[in-house]
Design a protein around this ligand. Structure first.
Ligand code: GGG
Length: 351
């Protein structure tokens, strides 16, 4: 069996982590009786600066035939972020209807949380982020540009189908975990879209009588991610709130360099895409010290999605064992002095 993976290393530290992790992914596949074949797409800001577009016009057509996609990072200090994001990452998420974004936040053994008193194993939740609409809908515009009366309008879009499917995915996940869903909104202030979201949660909850539901406003949730993160199990949130909250989730569990992410098309008609939550990190690019573990965990999620559970577990376990081992190489973001390459070399030995 061979899987055909599209690699989009992207910008900044993206190529450093994707290139480092690929041999490890191949080892894991080898050890579990399947092959990975990869096609590398050097799309990103260098291409934008040369050719005026982050990816070619037929980019989605070229990606569509792959079994799955592994992406590194997007963003460059010389180009505004809205151009890079709208030129590559968002067209893939939206064009392949990757409506479900799954982002685990786990405080691993061996990681020091910035939160006092928390130890490995104390925090373990997964956030389901709506991924193709909400506040990221490309609906709006600017008028009277350059005049004092210039106006900008950006509308959020919440459809029943889009909201139901992310909420249902969260409830489904809760049935396999601790049976607790926290739905996060701002429905006191946003009385249309967010009250609609609450209504959908209420409807979907009826299908899951064994799942407890908690509702939090996003401001309270931001506090509670810091004050009582151990009490979260499955969290569901809109596109923007999910994006913000998963950065909090990453940092309270040690580092952006450990946080993985999956973008899933619920129908399975289009490929899924896996990416570290972190961005292109221009401050450390080229230094060889980017933490590859977020990409390792993302690759584990990729294998899980392909049904290669043993390979997924092998990668996840090797990474968590390494993190817990004081004598193992660790990159500076988690308190060590090791390089990207030495972390991956140690993981290959562990595999
Ligand atoms: N790893 C992909 C990446 O570079 N993400 C940076 C980013 O700004 N993402 C925005 C988002 O996830 O909505």
């Amino acid at each position: 069996m061979a899987y055909d993976i599209a690699l989009i290393p992207g910008d900044g530290i993206g190529p450093e982590v994707v290139d480092a992790v690929l041999p490890l992914a191949e080892d894991a596949a080898d050890a579990h009786g399947f092959d990975v074949e990869t096609t590398r797409y050097d799309w990103g800001t260098e291409r934008y600066l040369d050719a005026g577009a982050m990816m070619p016009d037929d980019g989605l057509d070229r990606l569509e035939d792959h079994d799955t996609i592994l992406l590194g990072a997007v963003g460059h200090p010389d180009v505004p972020d809205h151009i890079t994001l709208h030129g590559l990452l968002l067209p893939i998420r939206k064009g392949f209807d990757q409506a479900i974004c799954k982002r685990p936040s786990v405080l691993f053994e061996g990681i020091e949380s910035p939160l006092r008193g928390y130890e490995g194993g104390d925090v373990d939740f997964v956030l389901y982020r709506e991924n193709t609409e909400g506040e990221y809908a490309d609906v709006g515009g600017r008028e009277h540009v350059g005049f004092d009366h210039e106006v900008a309008v950006q509308s959020a879009v919440f459809t029943r189908e889009g909201t139901e499917r992310i909420v249902r995915a969260a409830f489904d996940a809760a049935t396999e975990r601790e049976g607790h869903v926290t739905s996060i909104t701002k429905s006191n202030a946003q009385a249309h879209s967010m009250v609609f979201w609450d209504d959908v949660v209420e409807d979907v909850a009826e299908e899951f009588p064994d799942v407890d539901v908690e509702r939090l406003l996003v401001d309270a949730a931001s506090m509670d991610f810091i004050r009582r993160p151990e009490q979260f199990d499955v969290v569901v949130a809109s596109n923007l709130f999910g994006d913000i909250l998963t950065d909090i989730g990453a940092i309270i569990t040690g580092s952006m360099g450990l946080a993985p992410s999956a973008n899933i098309n619920p129908s399975g008609e289009y490929p899924a895409m896996f990416e570290p939550v972190h961005g292109s990190a221009p401050d450390i690019v080229g230094q060889g010290v980017a933490n590859p573990l977020a990409t390792v965990f993302s690759t584990s999620m990729l294998f899980e999605d392909l049904g290669e559970h043993a390979a997924a577990d092998a990668l996840w376990d090797a990474a968590t064992e390494q993190i817990a081992d004081d004598d193992a190489p660790h990159t500076p973001d988690i308190g060590g002095q090791a390089t990207t390459e030495s972390v991956v070399a140690d993981l290959r030995d562990r595999l």
